[in-house]
Design a protein around this ligand. Structure first.
Ligand code: ACO
Length: 319
């Protein structure tokens, strides 16, 4: 028994906000710097009353439609997010209520930009154990809420969005191998070291990052975990059809592809359209590539992510 992706969907709020739009809004930056260092040309920013569960709802409706699945068939909902609507109830429970599903097991996973591969890894275990049959696995973020818009080194990098898959029990091949790791000793290079509580700011509630340390760490572990996952499945890394990495930065993506012996013609890149949407970035890229026909049934796809914690992981699947 495999866990197989039956359908994919994604959602980006509002109109794209270009790098020049950020300059117009007062950010001390320029299009050339952002494009050269990150590959990002635009991002989407949710309206103030729009939450992660709202974005997740739209992505899930599209994933359910593409899987030809009714919402009451879903018996497991996992939402990967670092920007939940509330401390509790979980964003997964709020999403479940908005979807009109009753009774499915529902919970959130917090692994920052690795959240979607962590969630897919978990859902795979539930489905292969036989305890659950159809899961919604979602990455949804409103990262714009935790950005310091006066810190040009971070605010230009991120955006809001959501992506989802319907994962179902199937005799046809689906997920072939998974790998996931964390090393909390690196917590200091990327964090939100505070919160807003009862209207009061406690500590520093915005994202802080040592960009160069994150860059080096990400390139190393993304190549290692991709190789590990391919080894578990008994497949050479250059034999995969598509690499769909976390969409943080084109230079990290290119370095990873090179280390794996993959040309950029085998790598899905969408970071230019939506910036770094953390847990949403991998399903956003997967959905784009399925809808434009690059990703086809039967192909071998490697999804991989790295994020704060630090966390990292990969999922190799036959689509
Ligand atoms: N616009 C214009 N200039 C800027 C900007 C900006 N938005 N941000 C920084 N600069 C300036 C700095 O002030 C500095 O100027 P100075 O030399 O006069 O002091 C100069 O650019 C170089 O700054 P650095 O921080 O050294 O720039 P670097 O080359 O390291 O690039 C970047 C920064 C793009 C963040 C890079 O370190 C990087 O890509 N890191 C990876 C981080 C990442 O992708 N994080 C995503 C979250 S983690 C994850 O998803 C895995």
């Amino acid at each position: 028994m495999y866990a197989r992706i039956a359908g994919v969907g994604s959602f980006l709020p509002g109109q794209p906000v270009s790098n020049n739009d950020l300059v117009q809004r007062g950010v001390d930056t320029d299009d050339d710097w952002i494009v050269a260092r990150t590959g990002i040309k635009a991002r989407h920013l949710a309206e103030p009353d729009c939450t992660s569960s709202d974005l997740a709802l739209e992505a899930c409706r599209r994933a359910l439609e593409s899987a030809k699945t009714e919402v009451d068939e879903i018996d497991l909902i996992i939402v990967a997010t670092s920007t939940p609507d509330f401390i509790f109830p979980s964003t997964a429970c709020l999403l479940q209520s908005k979807l009109g599903n009753h009774g499915a097991m529902a919970f959130d996973v917090q692994a920052v930009c690795s959240g979607f591969v962590y969630a897919l890894n978990i859902a795979d275990k539930f489905i292969r154990s036989g305890s659950h049959k159809k899961a919604l696995v979602v990455g949804a973020e409103v990262f714009s809420r935790i950005l310091d818009w006066d810190d040009r080194a971070t605010c230009v990098l991120f955006g809001d969005g959501a992506g989802a898959v319907v994962l179902e029990a199937s005799e046809k091949p689906g997920i072939l191998a998974t790998a996931a790791h964390a090393d909390g000793s690196h917590h200091g290079i990327l964090s939100v070291p505070g919160s807003i509580c009862g209207g009061k700011v406690v500590g520093d509630p915005f994202l802080r990052m040592d960009g160069q340390a994150v860059f080096k760490f990400a390139v190393r572990v993304l190549a290692d975990v991709a190789k590990e996952c391919c080894e578990v499945a008994g497949i050479a890394s250059h034999a995969i059809d598509w690499l769909i990495p976390h969409q943080a930065n084109i230079r990290i993506i290119e370095s990873t592809g090179k280390k794996l012996g993959l040309g950029m013609d085998k790598v899905i890149v969408t970071v230019d359209h939506h910036g770094n949407t953390s847990a949403a970035s991998i399903p956003l890229a997967l959905d784009a590539a399925v809808r434009d026909g690059r990703v086809q049934r039967g192909q071998k796809i490697l999804l991989e992510g790295v994020g704060g914690g630090f966390t990292w992981g990969a999922v190799l699947l036959e689509f």
